[in-house]
Design a protein around this ligand. Structure first.
Ligand SMILES: [Fe+2]
Length: 286
């Protein structure tokens, strides 16, 4: 059975979220949902997440899973809010614990903030499988952008997170803590060794002017034309190119709020005595 896939694009952060389901009236998973955040006002809203809720209701599907490919640094995750609205279980790669261990001291999180991934309902390892109604998904470890990146395969469709982008954009940055360009190269080769017709569903698109955003490309298209990882690019060439490019990139606009929410599985920090939740900004560190 082929998965039904509906992409949703957030043009503010360039992020693709997905609803994956077996058939109308059946069962669904949401992948990489976006929580809207206005950094000027410190205000959260639910426009993107509500589109996912509306689609799930319109298809009459039961939400089984809310899946993350990694702890995103460019947008906040709507997973906790969606779980309240629709139920389902949250999941992420099991190496999220190493990301939590890096950022707990940076953000001076509360002492009882656990760094074993327990904020998520399920931690996935390479080769794990999960069921979405009549669909069986497999987990692929795809580290490099972060040490904990995973992808989800459903037949000929793979949700690849931040690894490859569209061929004219290239690849994900590797300069966050625990990121590694050589590791990303090997993850990319794992994807590019899949059959040519395999559809790769991206976590982001940053289309150059004149091209519309696009969620998907095939292995054949990537091997032919990816500007960083087309066939014939060696690991050493890629590492040099990726490191040179990363040295020019500033921090993502929403890095600081994103990490603090996303390593909590989309939950807000514990409230202060006044009932409000606060984020922290470490000065002169990131
Ligand atoms: Fe990312």
């Amino acid at each position: 059975m082929q998965a039904q896939i509906q992409p949703f694009f957030d043009s503010v952060t360039g992020t693709y979220s997905y609803v994956l389901y077996d058939h109308p009236g059946g069962h669904a998973a949401i992948i990489d949902p976006v929580l809207d955040y206005d950094p000027k006002a410190g205000r959260i809203s639910y426009g993107n997440a509500q589109r996912l809720v509306d689609f799930v209701h319109a298809q009459g599907v039961q939400l089984e899973w809310i899946l993350e490919t990694h702890a995103h640094a460019d947008h906040l995750s709507a997973s906790a809010w969606l779980k309240q609205q629709l139920g389902g279980r949250t999941g992420i790669g099991r190496d999220i614990d190493s990301v939590q261990r890096v950022f707990k001291p940076i953000f001076q999180l509360e002492e009882d903030f656990a760094t074993d991934g327990r904020q998520f309902d399920q931690l996935f390892a390479d080769g794990d499988s999960l069921q979405v109604g009549e669909l069986q998904l497999q987990v692929l470890a795809l580290p490099g952008h972060t040490p904990a990146d995973i992808g989800y395969r459903a037949g000929d469709d793979i949700f690849i997170g931040d690894t490859l982008f569209q061929p004219d954009v290239g690849s994900a940055r590797c300069d966050f803590p625990g990121g590694n360009a050589a590791t990303l190269y090997r993850s990319a080769q794992r994807l590019l060794s899949q059959p040519d017709h395999t559809r790769l569903w991206l976590c982001h698109d940053y289309p150059p002017s004149g091209r519309a955003a696009s969620a998907c490309s095939t292995v054949a298209q990537q091997k032919a034309a990816n500007i960083h990882l087309h066939s014939g690019v060696s690991e050493a060439d890629f590492v040099a190119l990726r490191q040179a490019r990363d040295a020019t990139l500033g921090a993502p606009v929403l890095l600081i709020p994103s990490i603090q929410i996303n390593i909590r599985a989309g939950n807000l920090p514990p409230t202060a005595a006044n009932g409000l939740s606060y984020l922290k900004i470490p000065l002169n560190l990131l």
